[in-house]
Design a protein around this ligand. Structure first.
Ligand code: SAH
Length: 356
């Protein structure tokens, strides 16, 4: 089940139901059935049972199954390529309808499965240490292309997505594609769909403050992670150009005003760049910045990914940095990225624009 056949001529004229939320699905199906629960059944078949073939939707009337087959499609991204890492993670190259390609990563830590999803093809933010940033933004993904990553991987690896964790840490800036990402999130956490508990979904942002403020008003909403990379504006301006628009004061203020659930915290990802942001004073600044905020820091040693200028710090330096945070009262862990050998690690996801 790798290469999905290319759609038959004219197939793309039929609307794809995959990616629609409950209401939109009910609306589009209304002319074809008088019974509202039929839309719920189809919702469950698609997102809960990962079935795309109307003929297999056995509790629907035969006429409705025929209508689905004639007038609509149910399609999610197909798997073009898989690469397995020695550490058990697997990188997927997925093909979209317009022949665009994205990557999703399956990661295992012990018995815990995490899926790292993409939200855009490319990314507009151009963080200097990130390979995806060199692509620029090609386009936003649709809700179906985002949820579809979960389904494609769950089918391939034969696990129930309800037991997995989801991180929006693949290609793209999720808050730059807010509506589609939130629509996909609502489908993922729906009990009639994949049924992933909302607290197991983490959205990571480079710091789009208006998006964080909007997220604060959603219920349910994903957990929040912030990619920090620097604890002072001068350095952050340089590493992450988005900081020139939303500086650290605004970013941290937005995090502070996020109403946290019991035991919830905001995660800060701090990519550790040898000799750039790993000094004792950087740890001191970082601790000061986060004071009083329920947070934890993931120190991610930089993966050498093709940006010549940066280097991976030694393990000893990474540990020294983490310990400096800890002695200043910050909860911190080092995250050595998985999947480095297959180009699946943080900051290594990149595709060149594919010929149509
Ligand atoms: N745009 C969102 C989602 C991507 S998350 C965001 O920025 O949060 C990708 C994570 O990988 C970010 O935390 C980033 O800091 C980190 N990263 C990027 N390039 C990296 C590299 N080469 N090595 C290690 N981490 C990297």
């Amino acid at each position: 089940m790798t290469h999905a056949p290319h759609p038959a001529p004219g197939a793309l004229d039929r609307p794809n139901l995959f990616g629609l939320e409950r209401e939109a699905l009910a609306e589009i199906l209304a002319p074809f059935t008088a019974r509202a629960f039929h839309a719920s059944q189809i919702y469950r078949w698609m997102y809960g049972r990962r079935v795309a073939d109307p003929a297999a939707m056995t509790d629907l009337p035969a006429a409705l199954r025929a209508t689905l087959a004639d007038r609509f499609r149910i399609e999610w991204p197909s798997i073009l390529e898989r690469r397995d890492s020695v550490d058990g993670s697997r990188k997927y190259l997925l093909r979209l309808e317009d022949a665009g390609e994205i990557e999703a990563v399956y990661i295992v830590y012990g018995s815990r499965i995490t899926l790292c999803l993409s939200s855009q093809i490319g990314c507009p933010l151009a963080c200097r240490f990130c390979l995806t940033g060199t692509m620029g933004l090609v386009r936003n993904l649709t809700p179906g292309e985002i949820v579809g990553q979960v389904l494609a991987v769950a089918r391939d690896k034969a696990f129930e997505p309800g037991s997995a964790r989801i991180v929006f840490m693949g290609m793209g800036e999720p808050l730059n594609n807010y509506d589609a990402v939130l629509a996909a999130f609502r489908i993922m956490v729906d009990e009639k769909g994949p049924g992933i508990p909302p607290r197991r979904v983490t959205l990571s942002t480079a710091g789009l403050v208006p998006g964080i403020e909007r997220l604060a008003r959603e219920a349910p909403r994903p957990r929040l992670a912030i990619s920090l990379a620097a604890a002072d504006d001068a350095l952050r301006d340089d590493l992450m150009p988005i900081n020139r628009k939303y500086d650290l004061a605004r970013l941290i203020a937005a995090c502070r005003s996020l109403p946290l659930a019991p035991r919830e915290h905001v995660t800060f990802e701090y990519v550790l760049l040898d000799g750039k942001n790993d000094r004792a004073e950087d740890a001191t600044r970082l601790a000061r910045l986060l004071r009083g905020l329920r947070s934890k820091v993931n120190v991610i040693p930089y993966n050498e990914a093709g940006v010549a200028e940066f280097r991976t710090p030694s393990q000893a330096k990474a540990e020294r940095f983490r310990d400096a945070l800890k002695t200043r009262g910050v909860t911190a862990t080092i995250r050595w990225s998985k999947g480095r050998d297959i180009g699946a690690a943080c900051g290594q996801l990149v595709r060149t624009a594919s010929p149509a």
